[in-house]
Write a protein that binds this ligand. Structure first.
Ligand code: A3P
Length: 312
């Protein structure tokens, strides 16, 4: 299993044959670290323990934290463009995962030494196992959330493509697994509830995919305010233009088309799939929607928060 992580680290050297050699032998189970499901493809006990206990957070770091499929890469693209004041050259020349590696993965940890400073790093970790050194630092977190119904749909399709994930047997089975938290990174509900404990902290900012989708201009201005970035109107317009769904879909440094097929099978779908809010309506039955709503209501009642997607 370790082999897969190391190969993933090498994929930008374009050696798909090596992948093919090993991945066809792969069938795997997730393993647990502090009760959370991880895939042996990109994670190890050691890498996770390092991320939690030893990783040195710098005061000027910014972390994009998300549950998968919440708009993680969209936020990476936005922050990349904020760094260059809207100039797309950097986004068009360096793969998105090298601009902002996942600091808890085996490959991410080997990539961090080459990350430009101040660093923007990415994470899918739940709050309770996030880097301990963050909580005594001045580093910032941008937590992106998305309507979990759309996450479920996006993740279902993505799980067919990415070898890191178990291949879903059926939508109905995946639906149940998602609601029970029997998926990579466990329950969406626990992820959100865990991170929302930070919502009053001045170094924590949260925004939803739906807000980005509805009004990217307003969202980018809010992000600039949180990060203390001062861009003029024409620079903001460039950020919006180059982080649009179509721009990212066209950009091979951001659309994951450079990844070897055996790791991300582009014949089974596209990373830049639909990029809309509300696609769940094309997938859920009436009964599934009612069941989801009941679980959502029960799980979220303790938060006493209204989320943007609930108002759409
Ligand atoms: P869909 O599968 O619903 O299309 P993540 O980066 O967290 O893995 O999230 C991926 C999801 O964000 C995908 O959703 C993808 O299409 C969407 N996405 C990525 N970039 C986007 C953009 N610029 N605008 C809108 N959606 C975007």
């Amino acid at each position: 299993m370790q082999v897969k992580g190391r190969l993933w680290n090498l994929f930008f050297l374009f050696s798909p044959e090596i992948f093919r050699l090993h991945l066809k032998e792969m069938s795997f189970e997730y393993f647990k670290y502090k009760g959370v499901n991880f895939s042996p493809g990109s994670y190890s006990e050691e890498a996770l323990s390092f991320a939690e206990n030893e990783f040195e957070v710098l005061d000027d770091d910014v972390y994009i934290v998300t549950y998968p499929k919440s708009g993680t890469n969209w936020m990476i693209e936005i922050l990349s463009l904020l760094r260059t004041k809207g100039d797309p050259t950097w986004c068009n020349s360096l793969p998105i995962w090298l601009r902002s590696p996942w600091y808890e993965t085996i490959e991410g940890q080997s990539q961090i030494k080459d990350v430009v400073t101040p660093r923007v790093l990415t994470s899918h970790l739940p709050c309770h196992i996030f880097a301990k050194s963050f909580f005594t630092s001045e580093a910032k977190i941008i937590y992106v959330m998305r309507n979990p119904k759309d996450i479920l749909v996006s993740l279902f399709h993505f799980s067919k493509m990415l070898s890191l994930y178990k291949y879903p047997k059926s939508f109905a089975e995946f639906f149940e697994d998602f609601l029970q938290g029997n998926v990579l990174y466990n329950s969406w509900f626990d992820h959100v509830k865990g991170w929302m404990q930070m919502k009053q902290n001045s170094n924590f900012f949260f925004i939803t995919y739906e807000e980005l989708y509805k009004d990217l201009h307003k969202s980018v201005i809010k992000i600039c305010e949180f990060l203390g970035k001062d861009l003029d109107d024409s620079q903001i317009d460039l950020v919006i233009k180059h982080s649009s769904f179509n721009a990212m879909k066209e950009n091979k440094m951001s659309n994951y088309s450079l990844i070897p097929q055996d790791f991300m099978d582009q014949t089974k779908g596209s990373f830049m799939r639909k990029g809309i809010a509300g696609d769940w309506k094309n997938h859920f039955t009436v009964a599934q929607n009612e069941y989801f709503d009941a679980v959502y209501k029960e799980q979220m009642k303790e938060l006493k928060m209204t989320f943007f997607w609930e108002q759409l």
